[in-house]
Ligand binder design. Structure first.
Ligand code: ATP
Ligand code: MN
Length: 151
């Protein structure tokens, strides 16, 4: 298998962080590049024009605020990978995780997806969370699922 481009969907959970470490180790050995992807899920009933305070006295669109926050956080993770010698890009989009993961796979010639079995919200007794389960079922490329040691 060619592991030129590894996609790591990241929901900022311990599981996803652990999967990122595995991806980093594989990337080092194989000379891969890593794409970190965070998908912001906004509740459907939320008005797209909703405003929030940015904490500095300005009202800004919730979507911009959420995107900026997530981008900052994900870019820090990408920078840590880069500092460790692995080329890494951070991508943040708003949408449905499963759809966006497949879109990024198609648009970036992703060779393999590395992701946690669980994430932030899951019920622990399930085999895997709903995002992972659906990605495993529908992805057009191989998926490596990583169980967090504490799981
Ligand atoms: P559920 O969401 O079904 O209640 P869960 O949160 O435990 O349960 P998932 O959401 O399937 O499980 O998370 C499993 C993995 O999927 C995470 O470790 C992460 O790799 C990926 N993932 C989940 N949500 C997102 C997201 N919004 N953006 C990017 N990756 C995600
Ligand atoms: Mn989840």
């Amino acid at each position: 298998m060619n592991w030129k481009t590894i996609l790591v969907p990241h929901d900022f959970s311990a599981s996803a962080s652990h999967a990122t470490e595995i991806a980093r180790d594989e990337a080092k050995q194989r000379g891969s590049r890593v794409i970190l992807l965070h998908v912001i899920e906004l509740p459907h009933q939320l008005d797209a024009a909703a405003l929030v305070s940015d904490g500095e006295g300005h009202m800004i669109p919730l979507q911009s605020y959420a995107t900026a926050r997530a981008t900052q956080h994900l870019q820090e993770l990408a920078d840590a990978l880069a500092a460790d010698g692995t080329a890494a890009t951070a991508v943040v989009v708003i949408g449905s995780p499963v759809d966006e993961i497949e879109r990024v796979v198609a648009e970036n010639a992703v060779d393999v997806i590395v992701m946690g079995t669980h994430g932030r919200t899951g019920i622990r007794k399930l085999i895997a969370g709903s995002v992972t389960e659906r990605v495993v079922r529908t992805a057009s490329v191989p998926v490596l699922t990583i169980r967090h040691p504490g799981e």
